[in-house]
Ligand binder design. Structure first.
Ligand code: FBP
Length: 288
């Protein structure tokens, strides 16, 4: 694909996801129950997970220049062309928050290789945050932009989002008794700094968006019984790492940037740590 074709397809993907967001938000009403099915990672799906995945699969796979659609909610990729870009999506991140009506998101990555691919193959990534208002953060061409979305408009509210220098918030997933000792010791150090505040909402996008807004660190780490953590590399780890790194922060799987992790399988998991450089450096030192 030429650079110009890539730009056109990325534009269309971003437009399509932005244009679907308010519809997805409204479609959550009446779809908060479990769907009696499991996703490929063995988690129970909500009706809304399956519905949002079908909606995005239809729309994104019909864009000319998209070769593959893949999501956390389906085992196999949808192959729609021999050439072009591949889209990896978590249609509803944090869908266990549906029941309690708390924050959720949609995450996407646009890769210029067939999936599974490493994060170095990303040409764009982003997320929708279904908060009190619907916003979109998007990374491409070395810049992160933030938009507010309404049913028919995408309004640019920040054309160069960077992670604030002084870290303020932290949030860590997984049960504390399941954390590795080295990770727990690191957390205690972060907590002991009185300038840091705990923020954890059970939806990665909500928590990572706090880090992007205020500075700090979010992690869903390796656990005693889950050495690769919980979050999926193609659909969550890579897109989040790409966006946070583009905004001037860092990502790590514990030893290196998440973008350098080579995938073995479409549904691989990865220990995820993202935030200010200094906090990620200290984390890697602590886990050594
Ligand atoms: P889903 O994409 O299946 O919702 O899972 C991801 C997630 O909900 C993250 O958003 C969140 O950080 C994490 O799982 C919460 O997991 P736990 O419920 O184990 O704390």
């Amino acid at each position: 694909m030429t650079g110009r074709d890539t730009d056109r397809v990325v534009d269309e993907v971003i437009e399509t996801i932005a244009g679907s967001a308010t519809e997805i938000r409204q479609g959550l009403v009446g779809r908060r129950e479990d769907a009696d099915e499991e996703n490929p990672s063995g988690e129970t799906q909500a009706e809304a997970d399956v519905w949002a995945d079908d909606l995005l699969a239809d729309r994104l796979s019909s864009i000319d220049g998209v070769r593959q659609y893949a999501s956390e909610e389906r085992l196999e990729t949808i192959d729609c062309g021999d050439d072009g870009l591949s889209i990896g999506v978590d249609p509803l991140d944090g869908s266990s928050n549906l029941k309690s009506n708390n924050t959720m998101g949609t995450v996407f990555g646009v890769y210029d290789e067939p999936l599974p691919a490493p994060g170095t193959a990303l040409v764009a990534s982003g997320w929708i945050l279904y908060g009190p208002i619907t916003t979109m953060a998007c990374a491409r061409d070395g810049t992160v932009k933030k938009y507010e979305l309404s049913s028919d408009e995408r309004t640019l509210v920040d054309d160069d989002v960077t992670i604030p220098e002084d870290p303020l918030v932290y949030g860590f997933g997984g049960r504390v008794p399941d954390w590795l000792d080295e990770f727990e010791a690191y957390v205690r150090e972060i907590e002991s700094d009185s300038s840091h505040k705990l923020r954890y909402g059970g939806a990665m996008i909500g928590d990572v968006n706090q880090v992007l807004t205020y500075g700090g660190i979010f992690a869903y780490p390796a656990l005693e019984d889950a050495p690769r953590g919980k979050l999926r590399l193609q659909f969550e780890g890579n897109p989040i790492a790409y966006l946070i790194e583009t905004a001037g922060g860092s990502s790590s799987d514990g030893t290196r940037s998440i973008l350098e992790v080579e995938p073995d399988d479409l549904h691989d998991r990865v220990p995820l740590h993202v935030g200010n450089d200094e906090l990620i450096e200290r984390l890697e030192d602590a886990l050594e």
